[in-house]
Design a protein around this ligand. Structure first.
Ligand code: BGC
Length: 723
């Protein structure tokens, strides 16, 4: 590393201003479209040292060719950063993040990122714009699909797992990518759920909820950070000195690279804080943005800003130093190609990754309702009607960030059920389009369904309806799908509803009338096999919702960790916090998710109930599998501080863990939280630990009434010396 440091200093000394700015410029090769790009001649730019990194280049031969131009034909022979959005798989697609979070399995989150990194590195990519760590409590916002859901602890664990997965133990090793924690910060709080809209939240919310996942990513060693497109109370994130420079760099000690979002630096002009490109460039550089992604602001604006005296060459040098250090950390100076030696689509890799994708997909499915119980399906069932616009929607299975995943390799629910239920007759009718206005096909679907023993009704969104720039004001079933559901449910046959979507949907009427409901998100290439595994009972579902599902869009923002009100809802008292027309509770809560077996939780106990500031709350519970099948259950530990100097959320997740139990088996589960992690922000936003009683609530979802509880006492006096 010392050797790299010297080399970087020597390089800096010999670089022209144009070459320095080149290292700070990321150009779009345009092979995938992820923003309003303009075509560029990247080969010429790379040869002339005007681009130090590229994005959206996907063909391995092309990547290697341009990397060769960089290291052989450019004057300084500097390797390129090659970036791509690899959020949940590169060629093999795993479940979309919001779906995969439902597995509540950090090791799985790590392994799928590792597998994706291996495939991408084999193609010559060395940087991913992931993980996306934006907590979202507003399902109108389409980008909720890309992230970890509503909870802070889950988002922090997701951040750590994904950074470890993408970067591995050694970021320089073959098969490792540089990860990007994005989009700093509070992008998920965009006004009214409209993408790119202004963000104006309290400092408290910022520090309690939106910042911690980024801090966790930095502590896990994330190499790159990307600021959000949005502003924060009037200061656009691409120019936000307080967050980027003072908090992230100075206070948190982040010394990696900050890359702007796509075209975000010139957008400072539209935000109304810069009069021209040079002013925008100066603001971004001053805040600490090292790389300008496709904005052209550094290339065209920085030379002017330097002349005007609004930028300093020392800041340019510092940014170049950070970019070159990242290239050195990645090992690119020694070997610009980070392939692990196996081609991306090598059959051995393909097979391992497909089996991981199937496991990840079935672990991501959440069983929300199961009456009779209809699921798992009776193996003797003869005729199944598979109805709905998503039954054969191959491309949609890959979700809004499909990377290089080939739709033709995706397994749909139709494929999966045909393969799993060879003895049954499956009649399939798409009936209508996902978003179409035409009702024509509904009649034929009803006629077909009327002849079946069981109906599998597959509804939801297509892949274009979530992700970037895909906010929705009505988050119910799009197009004519509600009409289709009503017509099918009127048959009064057994109905399993399978919901595929990038966000929670408002589906109360459907849920009331269907016998079974599965939330399937977008599950990736193995979607159909995973769904068939769950429907046939080959896999016992264990997914849990990482985000609340509202009854109505009017409940948004909706999340479990709400603070108390002085007038909690009381049906006997009019002047209490309620809606006149619907209950306060969501349709499904954070943590909801059923199994084909039943788990009983008993015997909650704490190792100690009087604790000092350096202690840890350690609790045990017995979990017994009382049903007929093997299964897995996730147990959550929440806390509540009933009396504090600042009102605390009614429930706050502090630990979770999973246990696998055979039918009839019983096990002990241990959960823990360090007393120092009970600190909250006081009235001046300083972290404090306060003495007093803390409720510890343990159970299978954020349903307060069903949690087991005990109380511990926190004492701030110095602990008595142990004998
Ligand atoms: C998105 C980022 C993404 C970038 C590059 C932007 O539009 O906001 O999440 O990484 O494009 O594709």
């Amino acid at each position: 590393m010392a050797e790299d440091g010297e080399r970087i200093e020597a390089l800096l000394e010999g670089m022209t201003l144009e070459e320095k700015i080149g290292q700070l410029t990321m150009l779009d090769a345009g092979r995938l479209i992820t923003g309003p790009g303009r075509p560029v001649d990247m080969i010429v730019a790379v040869r002339e040292g005007r681009a130090g990194s590229l994005l959206n280049l996907v063909n391995p031969a092309e990547i290697r060719a341009v990397q060769r131009v960089a290291v052989e034909e450019s004057r300084l022979r500097l390797p390129l950063l090659i970036g791509l959005d690899i959020l949940h798989g590169h060629r093999t697609l795993f479940p979309l993040p919001l779906a995969e979070v439902a597995a509540f399995d950090p090791d799985l989150w790590r392994r799928t990122a590792r597998a994706a990194a291996g495939e991408a590195a084999a193609d010559g990519i060395n940087l991913t714009f992931a993980p996306m760590l934006d907590i979202a409590r507003d399902p109108r916002w389409g980008r909720i699909a890309e992230g970890p859901g509503e909870d802070v602890l889950v988002a922090r664990r997701f951040a750590e797992a994904k950074v470890k997965g993408f970067q591995g133990d050694d970021i320089a090793a073959p098969g490792s990518l540089a990860a990007t924690a994005k989009h700093l910060v509070a992008y998920g709080a965009a006004t009214a759920g409209r993408d790119y809209a202004p963000v104006d939240i309290s400092e408290r919310l910022l520090h309690e909820v939106y910042l911690p996942p980024f801090h966790a990513a930095i502590q896990a060693g994330v190499a790159v950070i990307m600021p959000a497109f949005t502003d924060l109370a009037g200061i656009p994130m691409s120019a936000n000195v307080a967050v980027l420079r003072d908090l992230v760099r100075k206070q948190w000690g982040f010394d990696g690279v900050i890359v702007s979002d796509y075209d975000a630096i010139p957008e400072l002009i539209k935000h109304g804080v810069a009069e021209d490109l040079a002013a925008a460039a100066a603001l971004a550089l001053r805040a600490g943005i090292d790389i300008d992604m496709m904005g052209g602001a550094y290339e065209h604006g920085l030379p002017i800003a330097l002349k005007r005296g609004s930028s300093r060459i020392e800041d340019v040098d510092a940014a170049v130093r950070r970019v070159l250090t990242l290239k050195a950390r990645l090992g690119l100076f020694h070997a610009p190609d980070k392939s692990d030696g196996l081609q991306a689509s090598d059959p051995r890799r393909h097979e391992t990754n497909r089996s991981l994708a199937r496991d990840a997909a079935r672990r991501s499915i959440v069983l929300l309702k199961n009456e009779r119980p209809l699921l798992p399906l009776d193996p003797g069932v003869k005729r199944i009607a598979l109805i709905g616009p998503l039954i054969d929607a191959r491309a949609d299975m890959l979700g809004p960030w499909g990377a290089l995943g080939k739709p033709e390799h995706a397994v749909t629910i139709h494929d999966g059920l045909k393969k799993a239920l060879r003895a049954a007759e499956i009649v399939a009718v798409e009936a209508i389009d996902v978003q179409g206005r035409d009702r024509e096909g509904i009649r034929a679907a009803v006629e077909t369904a009327a002849t079946a023993d069981v109906i599998v009704l597959c509804l939801g969104e297509d892949r274009s309806m979530s992700g970037e720039a895909a906010s929705r004001a009505h988050i119910d079933l799009p197009g004519r799908q509600q009409d289709l559901a009503v017509a099918i449910l009127a048959l009064r046959k057994p109905v399993i509803a399978v919901i595929m979507s990038g966000r929670p949907l408002v589906i109360e009427r459907l849920v009331e009338r269907a016998d079974a409901v599965l939330a399937a998100g977008f599950l990736g290439h193995e979607a159909g096999h995973a769904l068939a595994d769950v429907i046939t009972g080959r896999w016992n579902p264990c997914g849990k919702l990482p985000v609340s599902w509202p009854r109505a869009a009017g409940q948004i923002p909706i999340f479990y960790a709400q603070r108390p009100t002085g007038r909690p809802r009381d049906p006997e008292d009019y002047f209490t916090s309620k809606y006149l027309d619907i209950p306060n509770e969501p349709l499904f809560r954070f943590g909801d998710g059923l199994s084909y077996t039943t788990f009983a939780i008993t015997g909650l106990r704490a190792q100690a109930t009087k604790l000092g500031p350096t202690d840890e709350i350690v609790v045990d519970v017995e979990v017994s599998n009382e049903g007929p099948r093997d299964g897995e259950e996730t147990i959550f530990l929440f806390i509540h501080d009933p009396v504090a100097s600042v009102s605390q959320p009614l429930l706050e997740l502090k630990d979770f863990s999973r246990i696998a139990l055979a039918a009839g088996e019983r096990g002990t589960m241990r959960l823990r939280v360090a007393v120092k992690d009970l600190k909250h922000l006081d009235a001046d936003l300083r972290p404090v630990l306060e003495a007093g009683f803390i409720e510890v609530l343990v159970g299978t979802s954020a349903d307060r009434a069903r949690l087991h509880r005990l109380t511990v006492e926190i004492n701030l006096e110095a602990p008595a010396p142990r004998p």
